[in-house]
Write a protein that binds this ligand. Structure first.
Ligand SMILES: *Cc1c(COP(=O)(O)O)cnc(C)c1O
Length: 460
């Protein structure tokens, strides 16, 4: 019989013992699709190579099992971040603190008082669960949370400046990436952009000259993802507040990657805290939940009651509303900030940003010992020095000294290693520099270490 004719029919294959096992564990259409895919690719191989024999039944069955596994694995999966970029937007920004796991669990799998006032026995507000906490932590009078910071900015502008002018420095008309550009957001909010100053220098007089009867707001945007040096001048938030008071205009600051802890004091960057902006009298401050804060994706708005109350009634709020899982994660993360030491120790983003070089070295030695114990000697592991980045459009140019794992394997190029680790069953993402494949220990969570061992074992 010609070899093509010997390729088994789908019905026959479904009767194989190995495939019957798969049928008991998975939906029939999934197994059927895997069988068809494997037989189709077998047919193509046979046509191309005209082998004298087909692979044995076990080999074909194993391919079917692999196809079923691939077909049923979730698309969104855990990744080991070896890039050294702490707030990595493509890798999900901030991993949540383990400490809030139980709280997330109880909200996710049951009903909750999301919009129910238990004391009064009547309808409540989902925003009430974090407002007090945010006011307590930032010193603001009022607070509101939405889906992300882009939504926070859009809602604030639409609520405070629809059909009127917003004065912004030309040095602050930033693009954050992913199509978030201040002029575009302004357009969408219905506010009219009134740009003032020059790219590198803007003065108080520039803001003054722009004020007309149509002016609604002074806006300050944090240049979070680039740094300007040289002949520059900007009007600081406290000075802009003075100007605002003079003209009876509110001042808004989009801080982007807001931090509630003074990281500069811990040797990381030179950013003001959200509390600094509130203390300076800024009327509305917006920032992200998943950047330096280290929580879930969310947009946080804090400031004066007179500005925030109207936002709570704005129709856009319904479109931007925060989901209950996010809210649970946000409340849990914010609560950790009541004790600064607890926040620094238990919020992964803060922990990774502030870990000392000595601690990283210790971690490096521990991981190397573990890897050497588990891997064959064909995999060469060494520690080298390098630099990590904050990421997430936070603290541009700030490099954090770090310790990297250098991994080499005879007969496997760094490029091939990078591809194989990235596409493995537990993806590991690293980088190639100086002709080596490198993984930054700063962003490898303790819980990732066993996953890394498995991934490297599979490589060998
Ligand atoms: C990141 C950032 C945003 C967008 O925040 P998301 O939470 O990603 O929507 C807006 N403004 C600034 C200044 C930012 O840094």
């Amino acid at each position: 019989m010609p070899i093509l004719k010997r390729i088994p029919k789908v019905d026959k294959v479904l009767e194989w013992a190995g495939v019957q096992v798969l049928l008991r564990a998975h939906p029939r259409p999934v197994v059927l699709k895997a069988v068809r895919t494997v037989l189709e690719s077998l047919r193509r191989d046979v046509v191309r190579e005209m082998p004298s024999a087909l692979p044995p039944e076990e080999v074909i069955a194993a391919r079917i099992e692999a196809a079923v596994e691939q077909g049923t694995a979730p698309s969104l999966k855990r990744v080991v971040n070896g890039t050294g970029v702490v707030i990595h937007t493509n890798l999900g920004r901030s991993p949540l603190p383990e400490k809030i796991r139980a709280q997330l669990d109880s909200i996710a799998y049951g009903y909750s008082n999301l919009e129910f006032d238990l004391a009064a026995g009547e309808r409540g507000s989902r925003y009430s669960h974090v407002e007090e906490l945010l006011c307590e932590l930032t010193g603001a009078e009022a607070a509101l949370v939405v889906n992300n910071n882009a939504a926070a900015v859009l809602l604030a502008l639409a609520s405070m400046a629809h059909g009127r002018e917003v004065v912004v420095s030309r040095g602050e008309l930033v693009e954050i990436g992913g199509s978030f550009r201040i002029p575009d957001i302004m357009g969408q909010s219905g506010a009219l952009l009134r740009e003032v100053g020059a790219t590198n220098r803007t003065h108080a007089a520039d803001y003054r000259a722009a004020v007309t009867g149509e002016t609604a707001l002074f806006l300050k945007v944090h240049a979070s993802n680039f740094a300007m040096t040289g002949f520059t001048a900007e009007v600081t938030a406290p000075r802009l507040v003075e100007l605002g008071r003079e003209y009876g205009l509110p001042v808004m600051a989009d801080v982007g990657s807001g931090n509630l802890i003074d990281l500069a004091r811990l040797g990381v960057g030179n950013e003001q805290t959200i509390q600094d902006f509130v203390r300076a009298g800024v009327d509305v401050v917006t920032f992200s939940g998943d950047k330096l804060l280290g929580g879930p994706q969310a947009g946080l708005i804090v400031g004066r009651k007179a500005c925030i109350e109207p936002m709570k009634k704005h129709p856009l709020l319904r479109a931007f509303r925060i989901d209950k899982l996010t809210l649970a994660a946000l409340e849990g993360t914010l609560a950790l900030y009541r004790d600064e030491r607890l926040a620094l120790a238990s919020i992964p983003t803060l922990r990774m940003l502030t870990v000392s070089p000595a601690e990283l070295s210790e971690k490096g030695k521990r991981v190397v010992r573990l890897l050497r114990r588990n891997l064959s000697s064909s995999v060469e592991i060494a520690l080298v020095k390098g630099a990590s980045q904050v990421g997430g459009g936070a603290l541009p140019g700030q490099e954090l000294p770090t310790v990297l794992l250098s991994i080499r394997m005879a007969g496997v190029s760094p490029q091939e290693m990078e591809v194989r680790l990235r596409t493995g069953s537990v993806p590991v993402v690293g980088r190639i520099a100086r002709g080596e494949f490198l993984l930054d220990l700063r962003t490898i969570l303790d819980a990732d270490v066993p996953l890394l061992v498995e991934a490297l074992k599979a490589l060998a």
